[in-house]
Each structure stands twice: as structure tokens, then as C-alpha cells.
Design a protein around this ligand. Structure first.
Ligand SMILES: [Zn+2]
Length: 322
């Protein structure tokens, strides 16, 4: 799943809305102070003349470095004076500055040509919500994980899995956290626990991509065949703080898909960024299916967590029928 056009448009609009609100609120404050404080009104008027002054000087070919410098100085002095006057009258000094939600990009979503982190986060959140994962996360959290479906050695393993992944989530760092591979048959809680991790790490403000291996490959196929609506999604796989690849081993396997997966995993390992992989395949099946360079990379660098036991979904059906 790439960034959908709907989500992109919606997030752009949301950020543009923040900018409009920031200006509208500023204008309210400007009008309020101008009506009661003539000195503020006068200073604001002078500050507003800075732009036209620069333009005039440019038109008349008088705009050399010295001229520009002196206009800027004058502007800084006026702003300083405005701050003092506001304070003197019981307002905060920055009362007449536009207050953006994100100071980095001034609520435009971009810093130069790069997408700002605020926009990336909003997109990740939008994708998370539209992916259905957020609804899933309401019922599938660490708190709702039910250990009563496991017994004996399975239970011991599951307690370890739960503890490791909780620890991972609580101490998450995009630079120092380990990578994990969750191994085991379907219905043993891999998706439940990785959904819990994703939701919690997103809540903590990190960028997380949670996708099936098939969706990751679809993104690369779109790019390969020139149908790229992904707005750099392939790069996001490498850049996001946490990447969770669900269901590795279910996707169609060929040279192209294998190298896509390898490149994503490898570039994250090189940069020390954590990744979580879920797979139903055993180590042996992984080796058969993927080139040696992938499996040795994964088993050399990822911490394995084993999921064993009886299919929880089937147990639930069994319990319900009793
Ligand atoms: Zn921003």
C-alpha cells in the first residue's frame, strides 16, 4: 500500500488549513491590538511596508547589498520595538507573530523541496487509519493479548515474546533498537503483537510503516512499470523509524521480488534502523525460498521470536461452541 492520492490530498489540505488558521488568528490579534493601541497600529503599518520598500528599491535599481541590509535592520528594529510595546501593555512579546503548528515548515508541509516531518507523520497516521490497522489496534493491544490460549513450553515462549516486544516498544529508538523476526504458523499471535507494537510506537510520535510483503512489492512494481503514485513510498521503507513487514513468504517469489525485499532489509540494517518481519515460514523454508544473502542477513542480524502452540482462532471458535 502506497500513500494513496486521497490521503495525500487530505493531508495537504489539513496542513493548508493549519496555515490559514494561523493567519486568521494572527489577524484577529492584530485587529484587536490595533484598535486599542495606536502605537501598535503604527508599528504594524511600518513593518508591513518592508516588502513594498524592497520591491520599490529593486524596481529603481537601488537595491544593492547595503540598501537591503539597511532595510532589514530597520525591520528588525521595528519588530523589537513592537515586542517591547506589547509587553509594556500587558501582552506576551510574541503576541503579534504568526503561530504555526509547525515552525519548521510554517505549515506548508515542505522545507524547500523536501517533505517536512510534520507532513510525513500526518501521512503515516492517515495511512494507519485508512489501512484498518487502527481499528485492529483497538482490539489487538498488549493489554488484550490473552495468554490463556498457550500452555507449557508454548506459554513460556509466548511470555518471552510479549516481554521482548513490550520492552522494544517502551524503549523504542530509531537508531538503537534491535530488529526482530517473528516465526511461527498462522493464528499464534504474530499479527496481534506486531499490531500492538505499531500502534504504540506511532502513538509515541515515530513514523511506522506496517505492510504485507506483497504490498511492499506492489509499490516497487508500480515504480518499475511507471505507474508511480507512491510519492517516494519506496524511500519511506528505508527512512521510516520502524518498518513492519507482515506475511513474508506469501508473496510471489522471483528474482525481482527477492531483490526488492533484500534491498529494503539491507539498507535499513546498514543504517541501523529497526525492522520487524512476520513469517509463517520455518528457517528451512526461508532458506529454500530466498537467496542465501537474504536469509543469512536476516538470521545473522534479526532476533528471532518463536510462536508455537495451537491456532488461537480455532481455539476461540472451540471455546465459543462449548
Ligand atoms: Zn512541518
Amino acid at each position: 500500500m502506497a500513500y494513496s492520492k486521497e490521503n495525500y490530498d487530505r493531508v495537504k489540505q489539513e496542513i493548508a488549513g493549519r496555515r490559514q488558521r494561523a493567519f486568521a488568528e494572527y489577524e484577529m490579534r492584530a485587529a484587536e491590538t490595533a484598535s486599542t493601541l495606536p502605537e501598535v497600529y503604527e508599528l504594524n503599518r511600518k513593518i508591513a511596508m518592508t516588502g513594498p520598500k524592497i520591491l520599490d528599491a529593486a524596481m529603481e535599481h537601488r537595491l544593492d547589498d547595503d540598501a537591503l541590509e539597511s532595510i532589514k535592520k530597520e525591520n528588525t528594529a521595528l519588530r523589537e520595538k513592537l515586542r517591547r510595546v506589547l509587553e509594556k501593555n500587558g501582552y506576551p512579546a510574541d503576541y503579534l507573530e504568526v503561530k504555526y503548528t509547525c515552525e519548521k515548515c510554517g505549515d506548508t508541509g515542505y522545507v524547500g523541496i523536501d517533505m517536512c516531518s510534520c507532513m510525513k507523520e500526518a501521512l503515516t497516521r492517515a495511512e494507519f487509519q485508512s489501512s484498518g490497522l487502527s481499528r485492529l489496534a483497538e482490539t489487538q493491544s498488549f493489554e488484550t493479548f490473552d495468554l490463556s490460549f498457550y500452555t507449557g513450553r508454548d506459554l513460556d515462549l509466548m511470555k518471552i515474546n510479549l516481554e521482548r516486544l513490550r520492552e522494544f516498544t517502551d524503549n523504542f529508538s530509531e537508531e538503537t533498537s534491535d530488529s526482530f523476526i517473528l516465526l511461527g504458523a498462522t493464528g499464534l499471535g504474530k499479527t496481534h503483537l506486531s499490531t500492538s507494537v505499531a500502534a504504540r510506537v506511532i502513538e509515541r510520535g515515530y513514523s511506522v510503516i506496517y505492510e504485507s510483503a506483497q504490498d511492499v512489492i506492489s509499490t516497487f512494481e508500480q515504480i518499475r512499470f511507471g505507474r508511480d503514485y507512491t510519492s517516494g513510498r519506496d524511500k519511506e521503507y528505508q527512512d521510516c523509524d520502524l518498518l513492519i513487514i507482515d506475511d513474508l513468504g506469501v508473496e510471489v517469489s522471483n528474482q525481482f521480488t527477492v531483490s526488492c525485499i533484500y534491498n529494503v532489509i539491507n539498507s535499513r540494517l546498514v543504517r541501523g534502523k529497526p525492522t520487524i518481519i512476520n513469517t509463517n515460514l520455518s528457517q528451512g523454508e526461508m532458506r529454500q525460498r530466498y537467496a542465501d544473502r537474504i536469509t543469512s542477513r536476516i538470521f545473522g542480524e534479526f532476533r528471532p521470536l518463536l510462536f508455537t502452540g495451537l491456532d488461537v482462532r480455532q481455539q476461540k471458535i472451540g471455546r465459543a461452541m462449548k
